[in-house]
Design a protein around this ligand. Structure first.
Ligand code: S3P
Length: 426
């Protein structure tokens, strides 16, 4: 579906941000490991999380939709077969986390995915899992992956880059392995796996960027999932740069390992208020109010990168309106996402008239408040949901309408995006 985006004169109103994708994946996976019945409120309806539900169904769970996004997982008959063929669709999180779960069980599994997922690097999980004794067959460290599961040994592993997917993969293998498995990251990445495992009473201890886990049985408990700050980010950026905007985003996850975008926007001078904060199922959330603001440039690097890795494309759009030079560095792993997010982003934002240059590990933008983007062209999202939505936000401030090609890729994480955007325009 090609989508035409017109210049906006203002975004106003309140919307509720749909479920967090990272937490939904983990809720479904960990429910499957309880061997019991768990109800999950506010499960993500994005295609990635539906792929996770399909996988746990294939593994023997019964999944019932009690209402639109309220599900029940019955895991009493999980892992009863010796062989499984599992399709991870477009989801790197699903493939990497499930590899840890499966490698430590006596099963033979083929994990496959779509064309984009089969290009993404899996060496980062295969190396530590092989150190634990796991057996893999792979295509030069890419999917399809054949895993011959078995009892593993604990390891003390230092991650070369901060990655929640790799950390979680090792922790989930450690959850079913005797002894203490220890993971150390250079900087702390999102810690939803640790928090949910703690909530379900696993034997896990986190101390800064070091996490230790021992073999544990999970206690089945119902899970309520907050809204996704990575989805909220598109509305936060749009409300900041579209003139005459005043928006409230309700029920946004505020786990500090994910709130880098709030810190950076505040540093840029954005008018943001957190209205209400609560904690449920070991995760913080709240409402966020954002109004149109005059922005200044920032440098984003180091420990900040894992706290906003998925928001960098839309931050680039905001930076085009921020006075001065915005520099993003230490973010070379952006090249390994659903697309090469450095190369693809730079090429498409240039078409719109943004002054952006690619670097090895990020990009540099010369911005200006009110910088006039000409638009009037077609842009590509490279089958990448976050690029599609970032380009949509850019279209809201282009002089002439733009066409975002293949906009349906948004459904991977955020099928409600267009409806919610429309609610703020009406
Ligand atoms: C995710 C971790 C991040 C992020 C991805 C979701 C997760 O990837 O980019 O969208 O849910 O653990 P990395 O761990 O590879 O940085």
């Amino acid at each position: 579906m090609n989508l035409t985006v017109h210049k906006s004169t203002g975004l106003n109103g309140d919307i509720t941000i749909p479920s967090d994708k990272s937490i939904s994946h983990r809720a479904a996976m960990l429910s499957a490991l309880t061997g019991s019945v768990v109800e999950i409120q506010n499960f993500s309806l994005g295609a990635d999380c539906l792929s996770t539900l399909n996988i746990i169904k294939n593994l023997g769970c019964e999944v019932d939709f009690l209402s639109e996004n309220f599900i029940s997982v019955n895991a009493k008959n999980v892992f009863k077969k010796d062989r499984y063929n599992l399709d991870c669709g477009n989801s790197g999180t699903l493939m990497r986390l499930f590899s840890g779960i499966l490698a430590s069980r006596e099963l033979e599994v083929v994990l496959s995915g779509d064309e984009s997922l089969c290009r993404r690097p899996m060496k980062r999980i295969i190396v530590p899992l092989e150190l634990m004794g796991a057996k893999f067959k792979h295509n030069n460290y890419t999917a399809p992956l054949v895993i011959k599961g078995r009892e593993l040994f604990p390891i003390d592993y230092k991650l070369p880059i901060a990655s929640a997917q790799v950390k979680s993969c090792i922790l989930l293998a450690g959850l079913n392995t005797y002894g203490t498995t220890k993971v150390t990251e250079p900087y702390i990445s999102r810690n939803h796996t640790e928090r949910m495992l703690e909530y379900l009473e696993a034997d896990i201890v986190s101390d800064g960027n070091v996490v230790k886990i021992k073999k544990s049985k999970l206690v089945p408990k119902n899970i309520n999932i907050c809204g996704d700050i990575s989805s909220a980010a598109f509305f936060m950026a749009a409300a900041t740069i579209v003139p005459n905007s005043d928006v409230v985003l309700k029920n946004v996850g505020l786990n500090p390992t994910r709130t880098g975008i709030l810190d950076v926007m505040q540093q840029m001078g954005a008018d943001i208020q957190i209205l209400d904060k609560k904690t449920d199922c070991n995760e913080e959330s709240g409402d966020i109010r954002i109004r149109t603001s005059e922005l200044k440039a920032v440098t984003i690097d180091g420990a900040m990168i894992p706290r906003l890795i998925d928001e960098l494309p839309v931050i680039a759009v905001m930076a085009s309106q921020a006075n001065g030079t915005t520099i993003v560095k230490d973010a070379s792993d952006l090249r390994n996402k659903e697309s090469d997010r450095i190369k693809c982003l730079v090429s498409e934002l240039k078409k719109l008239g943004i002054s952006i240059e690619e670097t090895d590990d990020g990009f540099v933008i010369e911005g200006e408040t009110g910088h006039n983007m000409k638009g009037g062209c077609e842009v590509e999202c490279y089958k990448d949901h976050r690029l599609a939505m970032s380009l949509y936000v850019a279209g809201l401030i282009c002089e002439k309408p733009i066409v975002v090609k293949d906009f349906q890729w948004v459904d991977i994480s955020f099928p409600e995006f267009l409806k919610l955007m429309q609610d703020l325009k009406d």
